[in-house]
Structure formats: C-alpha cells, structure tokens
Design a protein around this ligand. Sequence first.
Ligand SMILES: *[C@@H]1O[C@H](CO)[C@@H](O)[C@H](O)[C@H]1NC(C)=O
Ligand SMILES: *[C@@H]1O[C@H](CO)[C@@H](O)[C@H](O)[C@H]1NC(C)=O
Ligand SMILES: *[C@@H]1O[C@H](CO)[C@@H](O)[C@H](O)[C@H]1NC(C)=O
Ligand SMILES: *[C@@H]1O[C@H](CO)[C@@H](O)[C@H](O)[C@H]1NC(C)=O
Ligand SMILES: *[C@@H]1O[C@H](CO)[C@@H](O)[C@H](O)[C@H]1NC(C)=O
Ligand SMILES: *[C@@H]1O[C@H](CO)[C@@H](O)[C@H](O)[C@H]1NC(C)=O
Ligand SMILES: *[C@@H]1O[C@H](CO)[C@@H](O)[C@H](O)[C@H]1NC(C)=O
Ligand SMILES: *[C@@H]1O[C@H](CO)[C@@H](O)[C@H](O)[C@H]1NC(C)=O
Length: 412
Amino acid sequence: MEKVHLITISLLLIASFYSIVQSIDASVTKSHKCLNITDAEREKFYEWKEEKNKTYKTPEAEEKALKNFVKALRKIESFNNQMNKTYSQSYDPEFIDKDPEKFIREQAGFKIPKNVKFSTLPNDDDDGSNSGVEYDASTTELTSSTTKQKIVKSAQLKDPKTTKITTLKTTTFKTTTSRRKPSTIQNARTTPKITTTKAPKLPTSVNYTKYMQSVMEQGQCGSCYIISSVALVEYDSKVNRNINQTLSSQNVLDCINDDDPCSGGWPGVALDFVKYNGVADGSKGKYVYTGIPQSCNKTFTPLRNISNWCSYFLSGNEYELQKLVAKQPVVVGVSLTFNMMYYKKGVFYDEACTNNIDHAVVVVGYGTDGANGDYWIIRNSWGINWGVKGYGLFSRNRNNSCGIANVAFTLC
Ligand SMILES: *[C@@H]1O[C@H](CO)[C@@H](O)[C@H](O)[C@H]1NC(C)=O
Ligand SMILES: *[C@@H]1O[C@H](CO)[C@@H](O)[C@H](O)[C@H]1NC(C)=O
Ligand SMILES: *[C@@H]1O[C@H](CO)[C@@H](O)[C@H](O)[C@H]1NC(C)=O
Ligand SMILES: *[C@@H]1O[C@H](CO)[C@@H](O)[C@H](O)[C@H]1NC(C)=O
Ligand SMILES: *[C@@H]1O[C@H](CO)[C@@H](O)[C@H](O)[C@H]1NC(C)=O
Ligand SMILES: *[C@@H]1O[C@H](CO)[C@@H](O)[C@H](O)[C@H]1NC(C)=O
Ligand SMILES: *[C@@H]1O[C@H](CO)[C@@H](O)[C@H](O)[C@H]1NC(C)=O
Ligand SMILES: *[C@@H]1O[C@H](CO)[C@@H](O)[C@H](O)[C@H]1NC(C)=O
C-alpha cells in the first residue's frame, strides 16, 4: 500500500507576510527624521505628483508622501546602477508614495484556510489509481480514498478558527505530483486531462496576454484572490466562447459572504462563488470595481458562471506548473517583496522572496529570455503602470522563486 502524503499548506503560510515585512530591508522605515532631501529629488517628486494627478489632503500627508517617494527613488536608482541585475525598477506606479510596509500588507490577499489539505500522487510504482484523501471540514476527519480528493468547504473559510459552519459546499480538489525527479515526471498521472504515461510535449513558450481583459488595480484592498480568479473566467469567455466580457470582481467582493473580504482570501472561495452564483457584468457603467466592499445586491444579474475549477498542490515543481500553463492561464500565489513594488521590466528575481505565498497573480504564459533566463509571464493587479502595462516576467526554473509553483488554480 502506498503512502499517502498530506501536506498542510498553512504551514507555508502561517508566518506569511508578517515575517517578510519584518525581514526585508528594515532600513526603509528608519531615518525618517534625518532624510536630507535634495532639490533634484524634490523636483522629481513634484513632476511625478503632477503626472499622476496626485493631491494630498494635508501638507503633512504630502510631506509623508514625499519622504516615501524619495526613499523609493533612492532604492530604485541604486538598484538600477547594479551590473548583475536581471530586471530594472521604476517609480511609475501610483503607489510609490505609500509606506511600502503598509502597501505590502494591504496587497497581500492570498490566504489559505487553516484546514485545507492536498494529497499528493501515490508512488510511481503503483497501479496508477489516483489515491487521495477525503477531507471533511465539518468533522476534520481524514479518510483514504481512491477517488479524487473531495473537500467540504464552508462559506467561512476566511476565518479558519470558526467552528460554526453555516454553508457547506462540495468542491473537488484534484492533486498532482510532489517534486519528482525529471525521469518520473513522465508518469505524472493526475495532471488534468493527461492520462497517458508519456510526458506531454510542451511548447517552449506560450503567451495568453492578448486574450486577457484590462489589468486592474486592487486599491487598498487585498482582493487579488478575487481579481485573479475572475480573470480565468474572462479568459475562458474570450477563448472558448468567443465573447469579450469584463466580469465583476466587485460583485464577488460584495457578495462573497465575508465580513472583511479585503483582508485576503482563498481563490477557491471566489471561484466557488462564480460556480454557484455566477458573476455580473463588470464593464464600464455596470458593476465596476471600486475596491471598497459594499453590501451585496442579492438580485444581481449574473452574466457568466463556471461548471468547475480545480486546485493543485505543486510542491514547487515548476514543470508541473508549466504543464498547466501550456493549456490555459493559472492562478498562483507568490511571496511579496518590496522590490516587487518597483519592478519595471526584465525577469524579476529577488533573493528576499520566500516560499510563503501571500499574493495571488495569474500566470498567463512562460518563455525564455536570452539574457535573463526562463520566465513566467504574470498578470498582476497593481494597475497598468506597474511592470510592462501591468504584466511582469518572473524567473522560472530558479528553485521555485517566490513560491510561484506551490499552489495552482484553473478552470476545469
Ligand atoms: C543632513 O544635513 C545636515 C545639514 O546639512 C547634516 O548636518 C546632516 O549630517 C545630514 N544628514 C544626513 C543623514 O546626511
Ligand atoms: C490627469 O488629469 C488630466 C486633466 O484633468 C488628464 O488629462 C490626465 O489624463 C490625468 N492623468 C492621469 C494619469 O490620471
Ligand atoms: C548583485 O551583486 C551585488 C553585489 O555583488 C549583490 O549584493 C546583489 O545581491 C546582486 N544582485 C543580484 C540580483 O544578483
Ligand atoms: C505577450 O503578448 C503580448 C500581447 O500579444 C505582448 O505585448 C508581449 O510582449 C508578449 N510577452 C512576451 C514576454 O512575449
Ligand atoms: C473588449 O472589451 C473591452 C472593454 O470591455 C474593450 O476595451 C476592447 O476593445 C474589446 N476588445 C475587442 C476585441 O472587442
Ligand atoms: C439589484 O440588482 C438588480 C438586477 O441587476 C437591479 O434591478 C436592482 O436595481 C439592484 N438593486 C440595488 C439596490 O442596487
Ligand atoms: C449557469 O449554469 C447553468 C447550468 O449549470 C446554466 O443553465 C445557466 O444558464 C448558467 N448561467 C449563466 C449566467 O451563465
Ligand atoms: C531552494 O528553495 C528552498 C525552499 O525555499 C530552500 O530551502 C533551498 O535552500 C533553495 N535551494 C537553493 C539551491 O537555492
């Protein structure tokens, strides 16, 4: 009998962004008082402020913004002067005048409920049945099974400590391999729709960017888990139904049945919402995104729904992620760092990245850059002035950098 491995994702996440925020570049917030701002720096700030149409409520607020801007500017300029970098930084985004610690805290919207468990594939030498584990959130009882892993989830996933479960919905969690030696990947059996024993021939690059709707800006809301999930559905409309539709992340934010939907969540909850309730039109003049949760209009008109979604625990195996992305865009979690705020172009790689994922993005492709190596193309939700029109390249095949291949969500 093969061993069934249970991996609790929450282990990766408990320390989450708090530790990141503390560990990276503590100097950012120090020396607030003795920051000697030069005239040139001040000038740059006023140019930037005008370009972005920024206004500040009080002179104090403006002074604070100036200081944040100058500190970012210095980091960016010194970074761009390094010789060995694989990407460059800029102060284009609107949020450069924010306290970076506060910004990262706000944006970190990928939270994994405490009790979510994934099962990995059985050993390679068994009969190939997909042995999983049934997980029932209401009993926390684990039962071996030979079918797809089922997980009973509650509407209160956001608060793992809650024991009162009001709404139960069943969702299928498929699983995939844990980190395997390349030779054994040939036999990967539970990656969706791949049932042969031969490794699929993967394209060397894919890029779904042109099928995606406009890049969004989360604002002061940890809603990346919603925005990235909705993007999967928009892509599906475009590619599989030939409909160009913007779907309403605000609708999901308002109606997801969560006291504090801006404090982050699990993409599976957002996808479940679209599965069971549908999602409204999010285009201009309709249910547009504001990033400020409103009370839910229970009679909203859904424009689309989905039949199912899948989540995979990839154990950092970037080849498994590549197999998924070869078929369609995939929501993943990445670990946030301060340098990520300033990313402009090139292949992002940051030693400050950890394995603790706290931000959801959509992987919309992959490829290889002659100078800077293999990359994933990611669609962020930090506005179009971040990266290249809102998109970025993150290093690929570099030891699962930023934890990008830890968990994955797709429509299925
Ligand atoms: C800031 O400027 C003042 C006066 O010009 C100088 O005494 C001080 O050492 C400077 N501080 C820093 C951190 O450069
Ligand atoms: C700033 O405001 C001007 C005039 O109101 C407008 O033309 C421009 O597009 C705005 N720029 C941004 C970045 O919002
Ligand atoms: C580049 O080199 C500097 C100094 O040698 C080092 O501190 C830094 O981490 C390197 N940066 C990258 C992106 O490898
Ligand atoms: C991906 O496609 C978009 C739109 O077609 C294009 O602008 C972008 O440069 C491509 N990205 C890469 C990394 O090739
Ligand atoms: C798709 O819709 C968006 C706005 O909803 C629009 O900006 C874009 O031009 C449309 N694209 C096509 C190909 O119709
Ligand atoms: C709720 O949505 C319905 C259907 O879209 C709409 O007719 C109604 O006016 C909305 N109610 C409110 C209070 O916005
Ligand atoms: C949602 O799915 C059901 C089938 O499960 C379908 O009948 C219905 O029309 C769908 N609604 C929308 C808005 O797509
Ligand atoms: C790869 O990442 C893991 C987990 O973050 C870390 O423990 C290990 O030291 C890394 N290995 C290399 C070669 O960087």
